[in-house]
Design a protein around this ligand. Structure first.
Ligand code: GLA
Length: 392
């Protein structure tokens, strides 16, 4: 009896420990192969990304996950075990290599029969796949809806009077993998990717997800990036330690936006406590890319212990004002202009709860700007963002 009580206590303590050690207590940071390499990614690309995370200083800035996205899958063997394709000769060896650099290894699959790239998905093999990933040493799984949408369509047709049937099935498909990952005993961050269908910010934690995409895919385009940021405004309160809204990966360094636009991208992502998954070619990082991706103060805002996603205080035309409380009692504040022309504005710090003015630190220049009165006149350049930490 005493033994049983002791065992139960031990289980409770170690469960508490495992929970406290959740790998997604902070928004996860790393690199993902998709935005730059797409369907051509190889074992060598992933190894060199790991090398470059170290040599660029990205790892030491916090970017520790090396996430291999779609198109690694080969065939299943007679026992149903998934094997990588010829571009990935030995997945365990690849994971070991990534780990040897002090990094973590992420992988990708789908609850459907096929991934978005048409490769083998996990449908019907969830437990087996989770165990294979654990055996390889996988630390992160992005689970992308893809062809499961065809299954949902069939359910829709079969249940014309039950509008929710397809979504219940989808949630169960995500739960299945969540349970399978948990059963491996290995801490594997579970990242839901189903483009915001059926409000994953509500059901995500119940299926053991730690982050979930909130929208369709980002692209390397300013308007697309801004649209995604705006789409995340009404669901900010659903994000927090261990359960993060994911507005998708970063495009910084991929060439489709101007510097001030990429700075806006990083500003909004850190204000939203978004997972920070760089998607650029790490071998060609410019000084500008580094200054955005590796700004320690910006990263600290993203990773802040409170884990609050910013509230957009107001949006007036193309100008918006955002605030995010930080654990040390200060407030991170951003002003964003999506206007194509310069705009002179009068900022009222009382809107951010600083009615007596504030001491201001500018994150992007790293400079203290002194004490500001409650009203602050300023000019916003086209497609730009300011990011400050304010103290009473
Ligand atoms: C979907 C996802 C992307 C990427 C591709 C891969 O579009 O949303 O992030 O993983 O699939 O095929």
């Amino acid at each position: 009896m005493i033994k049983a009580v002791f065992a139960a206590l031990l289980a409770l303590v170690s469960f508490g420990f495992a929970e406290a050690q959740s790998p997604a207590e902070h928004p996860i940071m790393g690199w993902n192969s998709w935005n730059h390499f797409g369907g051509k990614v190889t074992d060598a690309d992933v190894r060199s990304a790991a090398d470059q995370l170290v040599s660029t200083g990205m790892r030491d800035a916090g970017y520790v996950y090396v996430n291999l996205d779609d198109t690694w899958q080969g065939k299943r063997d007679a026992n149903g075990i998934i094997h990588p394709n010829e571009r990935f000769p030995d997945m365990k060896a690849l994971a070991d290599y990534v780990h040897s650099k002090g990094l973590k290894f992420g992988i990708y699959s789908s609850p459907g029969a096929k991934t978005c790239g048409g490769y083998e998905g996990s449908l019907g093999h969830e437990t087996q796949d989770a165990q294979t990933y654990a055996k390889w040493g996988v630390d992160f799984l992005k689970y992308d809806l893809c062809s499961y949408q065809d299954d949902m369509e069939k359910i829709r047709e079969a249940h014309p009077d039950d509008a929710d049937a397809e979504f219940r099935a989808m949630i169960e498909a995500y739960r299945k993998m969540g349970d399978a990952l948990k059963a491996t005993g290995r801490p594997i961050v579970y990242s839901l990717c189903q483009y915001g269908l059926a409000e994953p910010w509500k059901f995500g934690p119940q299926v053991k997800g730690q982050m979930w995409r909130t929208t369709d895919d980002i692209s390397d385009n300013y308007y697309r990036m801004m649209l995604i940021a705006y789409a995340n405004v009404p669901i900010a309160s659903f994000s927090g330690p261990g359960h993060w809204n994911d507005p998708d990966m970063l495009e910084i360094g991929n060439g489709g936006m101007k510097f001030s636009e990429y700075r806006t991208h990083m500003t909004l992502w850190v204000m939203m406590s978004a997972p920070l998954l760089a998607g650029n070619d790490l071998s060609k990082m410019s000084e500008e890319d580094r200054s955005l991706l590796m700004n320690r103060e910006a990263i600290a805002i993203d990773q802040d212990a409170l884990g609050k996603s910013a509230e957009r205080i107001w949006q007036r035309g193309d100008i918006s004002f955002w605030k995010k409380p930080l654990a040390d009692g200060s407030t991170a504040v951003a002003v964003v202009s999506a206007d194509a022309s310069p705009r002179d504005i009068l900022l009222d710090l009382a809107d951010a709860g600083l009615g007596s003015g504030a001491t201001v630190h500018d994150v992007w220049s790293g400079k203290d700007l002194g004490r500001w009165p409650v009203r602050h006149a300023m000019r916003m350049e086209p497609h730009s963002a300011q990011l400050w930490v304010l103290r009473k």
